[in-house]
Ligand binder design. Sequence first.
Ligand code: NAD
Length: 243
Amino acid sequence: MTDLSGRVALVTGGTRGIGLATVRALVDAGATVVLTGRDEARAKEAASAAGAAAGLALDVTDAKAVSSLVRGVAKEHGRLDIVVANAGIMEDALLGMIREELVDTTLSTNVAGTLHTVQAAARAMMRKKTGSIVVLASIVGEYGSAGQTVYAASKAAVANIARSAAKELGRSGIRVNAVAPGVIETDLTAGLSEDAKAENAGKTPLGRLGRAEDVANAIRFLVSDEASFITGQVLGVDGGLVL
Ligand code: NAD
């Protein structure tokens, strides 16, 4: 079993889905975990249910708020070893239906939000010259997806945030990787019709959709010492699905 005792971790968007499963996986491995959510009451509730040390309100589109929250967590706990930039949104729109507002919200949350989190994490980890960051890309960032041009573009950018930051931060002892989930059953994909779910499961070599825990297990591996020579990678967690 992975041992993360003594480590301090931060998970953004940790109130539900993949984020919450990741919080639980890190807590189970012995880490002290702080989670964030957009709503303070929900963040506190999720933190106490999952055994996290704290649940804090954070909108990742706000660079200053991200910076001060990450600094505060590192200060309060004396260190910050693990940051999972999980917060993200997905809204479908065919090319002709893409509104400017959708472009703005998707890019500011998924791309800028991830970037703010990685920057703040790197700053906090730089002092001890050690740390591990994981960002949430997606299978559609690799292959593209009809009706998801904006989301797919944002997730391709996220994968490249990991690859580029890994190159910059390696000499400082900080690893940066991405996970690229396939279709995972969470609130994000709850709108998929049963037919669409069955079709995706049918196309998946492992014969089912993913669970939040599947992704959380991969993240726990990537942030652990077992992955100490792995950086700049985008790990598919998709049951072998090719879109
Ligand atoms: P979810 O919708 O259940 O959870 C997303 C979380 O991000 C929520 O807690 C939400 O409050 C938070 N969030 C959204 N915008 C935010 C903001 N501006 N500031 C702070 N928090 C914000 O989704 P999920 O399925 O658990 O997805 C988690 C991550 O995994 C996302 O980045 C998503 O794009 C990615 N992903 C999911 C799937 C899937 O099939 N579910 C596939 C590939 C990638």
